[in-house]
Ligand binder design. Sequence first.
Ligand SMILES: Nc1ncnc2c1ncn2[C@@H]1O[C@H](COP(=O)(O)OP(=O)(O)OP(=O)(O)O)[C@@H](O)[C@H]1O
Ligand SMILES: [Mg+2]
Length: 516
Amino acid sequence: MTGTPETPALPMPAPTPLGPAIEARDIVKRFGAVQALGNGRLTVGRGEIHALLGANGCGKSTLSKIIAGTHAATAGSLLIEGRPVRFATPREAEAAGIALFYQELSLIPPLSVAANIFLGREPRTRAGFIDRTRLRAETEALIALFGDTAGPGLTPDALVADLTPGQRQIVEILKVLSKSPRIVIMDEATAALDARQVAVFFDILRARRAAGVSTVFISHRLDEVFALCDRVTVMRNGETVADLCIADTDQDSVVRLMIGDVRKAGRRTRADRPAAAPLLQADRVGGGRLRDITLAVAPGEILGLGGLQGQGQSALLRGLFGADPLTAGRLRLDGQPVRIRAPADAVARGIAYVSGDRVADAVLAGRSIFENLAAAVLVRERRWRVGAGTLAPRLAGVAASLKTKYAGLDDAIGTLSGGNQQKVFIARWLATGPRLLLLDDPTKGIDLGAKADLFALIRQLADSGVAIILYSSEEAELLDQSDRILVFNGGAVVTELSGPTLDSFHLTRAAYGDAA
Ligand SMILES: Nc1ncnc2c1ncn2[C@@H]1O[C@H](COP(=O)(O)OP(=O)(O)OP(=O)(O)O)[C@@H](O)[C@H]1O
Ligand SMILES: [Mg+2]
């Protein structure tokens, strides 16, 4: 013995041949006041493809980053191939044979594909310069793994900035593979890939498995997990709740583990209410990545749009409002065909749209609260000037109904908190007396009190006969507010939930299941 085991400078002992590839025990991670992980556990055998599953925000990426040396754990221990480790940097983890595919991608857009893949690890000539011929050839060989599914334009010299989202994801995958890791963590590496690219990617992972590589596979697609993986670890709210063999379980059991107690819809459902003729009907509408959406919403009804983020919910709402016009299918309002080519068409027909993305969609920065409140009324009523005389009391009344807190209508909008700004934008539309209210994740970033006020008001509006379509990225909110929910997956509606199926189990199962 030349030192104590605590001395970090000592060479590491040789790996225990029988230790698992990864063994993470009792991992705790706090970011300031936020506890991202309370008890993260993960054991991955050698040569195993191991799924890490759980709802948004349960701690999958945080645990991955701790294993890959990007974050330091607050507490807990990590063993790699049987050896206790504590990585201070991603480089140390890489030296131990670990590579992470970053969910948010780690590419530098103005650099070439080759430069991104080999950044800091470029092949060198004997004189020590970057060997561009080899750099290009090695990049070519990596791209060839994806064959013709890589698509045109994915070449070693192409700039990452010019690639499609799917191609960028392939470059991030190739960057990981180029390190020839013994342990790979793929954190939502398939999110932007098409079906052919996913098939090739899975073949690559299977080939690596045959060569003894261990893979942690994170995905929101249960069909992918069940097609590819040997084992699955399920997480919920920062804790690991199960570690199962895929062959011994099924999708419904995994969904139950992901959600814990089933949350029932918080409200009476449509069946308890008198049926009304639909206000808006969409017949096989599409555009962009939206496909064949058919729906109807009646006065007094709150129709929820569910599913994982980015499956077409916002695209549909923006399409119905004419912000990103629909290109296929037909719309009817009160049974009459209508075309909505621009927001002005929608406003003229009594349709209002409130987005949670205040900065991009709503705020008239540097203007007063009054001007922000008046913006939609002016369009709807074709007024040219802000005549504060009659308008001010009306707008103040609407703002007050939302308990919006402000000192004076002439104060700048920027003086309000995020939640109060959001109330102003909703009040802006309420003042127009809309018949159809489109809510696109309206409570993003506002506090609980403001949310409660907002939903009480939305319910009141529905009860007074307004038809409402609500998308919320928060599942609980959606279940609490909706009379029915259409679940989106891959730009299409895969299921409608109502009555007995309006609960978190059916919602999660549809959202995480096969794309249409
Ligand atoms: N750098 C950070 N600072 C503060 N909080 C963070 C940070 N990273 C993650 N969190 C929080 O930790 C929790 C777990 O996040 P994490 O990204 O690990 O979830 P996830 O399971 O990967 O979710 P998703 O499926 O959405 O990718 C979340 O509440 C998140 O907001
Ligand atoms: Mg994540």
